[in-house]
Design a protein around this ligand. Structure first.
Ligand code: SAH
Length: 206
């Protein structure tokens, strides 16, 4: 809320999904600070202020809800859990096998604490090709940024849907939060929502 997020549903999800469950015990004391933290393999759990702002932007699209969500970059599964809390139909892709497995374990633990656990499907694969079997998606959110939006994401975005992703712009290393809306007639509308800093989007799996 201090970061300007107002959507009560998003704030409610942030209050329900406990972030300390997604980081190593040594870092649990920092879990409620608004900072990114290491989760292994050179990756990070995103800043809660940015995660909540992006989910708020997603929910502020044409339909006013998340619908069927595609997340690229599961990491430790924190954002996937928030999305699941808000939409119940989430597909999340991770390209690093060890992180995919870590997220699976984290969400299994969470499931024991939360009744009526939603349908969050974790996929091990290259998120640059999206996940065609369950497309189209009403909302797409990326936790890693590249120089352009992969065509597969655009193809898998439903009419009336919204995509929110960091995109490198100009100087290497500078990223801008990009919003892409697919209007009901199929056309695309771009807008921008400020500077962000995410890990790089990489192709292939490891
Ligand atoms: N959503 C996470 C953020 C993890 S960091 C959270 O809740 O904190 C971003 C993740 O994107 C990293 O784990 C990285 O491995 C992953 N990533 C980068 N490129 C990817 C790709 N092409 N497909 C799937 N995951 C990717």
């Amino acid at each position: 809320a201090e970061q300007g997020v107002q959507d009560p549903m998003v704030l409610g999800a942030m209050g329900t999904i406990e972030r300390h469950r997604f980081v190593d015990t040594a870092l649990a004391g920092q879990a409620y600070e608004d900072t990114s933290l290491p989760i292994g393999l050179g990756q990070t759990i995103s800043k809660p202020g940015v995660v909540s702002r992006m989910i708020e932007l997603l929910r502020n699209g044409q339909t006013g809800k998340l619908g069927r969500v595609l997340e690229i970059g599961t990491g430790c599964g924190y954002q996937a859990a928030l999305l699941g809390h808000l939409s119940r139909r989430v597909v999340s892709i991770e390209r690093l096998r060890d992180l995919h497995l870590k997220a699976r374990a984290n969400l299994d633990t969470l499931r024991q604490h939360l009744p009526e656990w939603p349908d969050v499907r974790l996929v091990y694969g290259d998120g640059m090709i999206g996940h065609a079997p369950l497309a189209p998606y009403d909302t797409i959110i990326a936790a890693a940024g590249g120089a352009s939006l992969p065509q597969a994401w655009i193809d898998q975005l439903a009419p009336g849907g919204r995509l929110v992703a960091p995109l490198e712009e100009g100087r290497a290393g500078t990223q801008v939060l990009t919003i892409l809306d697919r209007l009901p007639d199929g056309s695309l509308q771009h807008s921008r929502a400020g500077a962000v800093l995410f890990v790089p989007l990489k192709s292939g799996t490891t």
